[in-house]
Design a protein around this ligand. Structure first.
Ligand SMILES: [Fe+2]
Length: 306
């Protein structure tokens, strides 16, 4: 039997202390669109088809509650569940029927480093999915710090079907569809959130987004630049409560012929961190923010989605 694979990074759920401010920010500044509330979380969509790409719920401090992947159908969900169990992960519920807008079937589990992961299928997605200038289309990737990158790498590959596309001195990049990466894994720290990246329809929208952020008091913390692995344009910011977020565009599309890069392939000349070479290192504040957001203990459970 062939391996079951997830086919997209669908959404993330975060906890924020000031829900009203988060709603204002993600709607008016970050340019997502609110699409109601479910199971106590406020939901926001991009212009793409996914019902929502961000869920925000009230929490004592900023937290990462869950990362949700999309699967093609129930058979794939069952296959993924079997692979996750076969990989030895024990904090996992059996696949179950879900309520919309979470999907019609799925399961939740904790990954090898305790991150909360959900895999779902059959979500009641939107029919309108055309790009709009200045509005994020979808999540591009989630970058996760890692204290045991080898263990998480093995699980992403063997349990969820991700493919490694590049390794640098500091990061591993993983693909689950045409995008060069949907998950990035660090080699340092614990299993905290490094940043959440939202994909804009074009480079111009990234830059105008940076202007909107500046108007709202959030200067650029890193960028603008063009990354090595993935060749995507980037600007990094700190959102409300110092939530680390990125606008990106022009992600490299890959297929099975992509040659997996090694740290040797991604050595920059002294003082450079990207293809353009116009921006300095990430700000100290950005580096710190990328270490302090933890996964919640119980976020792997999908009880309130059933
Ligand atoms: Fe990124």
């Amino acid at each position: 039997m062939s391996m079951a694979r997830v086919r997209a990074l669908r959404s993330v759920e975060i906890g924020m202390n000031n829900l009203a401010e988060a709603r204002r920010f993600f709607t008016d500044v970050w340019n997502l669109a609110p699409v109601g509330e479910a199971a106590g979380a406020q939901l926001f969509r991009g212009t793409g088809a996914f019902h929502h790409i961000l869920a925000v719920r009230a929490a004592p401090q900023p937290a990462l509650i869950r990362v949700t992947f999309d699967a093609a159908d129930r058979a794939t969900i069952d296959g993924l569940h079997a692979q996750v169990k076969a990989h030895g992960l024990k904090t996992i519920d059996p696949p179950a029927a879900l309520r919309q807008p979470h999907g019609d079937y799925g399961f939740g589990f904790k990954d090898p480093e305790g991150r909360n992961i959900a895999v779902v299928c059959g979500v009641s997605d939107h029919a309108d999915a055309a790009d709009q200038p200045d509005r994020p289309r979808k999540l591009s990737h989630v970058n996760l710090n890692s204290g045991n990158s080898d263990a998480t790498f093995a699980y992403l590959r063997d349990a969820l079907g991700f493919k490694l596309t590049d390794t640098t001195r500091r990061l591993r990049f993983f693909s689950c569809n045409g995008d060069h990466h949907s998950i990035v894994l660090g080699f340092a720290g614990g299993p905290t959130l490094n940043h959440i990246a939202f994909e804009m329809p074009d480079f111009e929208s990234v830059m105008r987004g940076a202007g909107r952020m500046r108007d709202d008091g959030h200067g650029i913390e890193w960028g603008p630049g063009r990354h090595g692995p993935g060749n995507n344009v980037f600007c990094y910011f700190l959102g409300p409560e110092d939530m680390p977020i990125e606008y990106t565009a022009e992600m490299l599309q890959v297929d099975d012929n992509y040659r997996v890069g090694t740290p040797e392939n991604w050595k920059w000349p002294l003082g450079r961190l990207d293809h353009w070479g116009i921006s300095a290192h990430p700000s100290e504040r950005m580096e710190q923010a990328g270490l302090r957001i933890h996964f919640t203990g119980g976020g792997w459970r999908l009880d309130d989605w059933r």
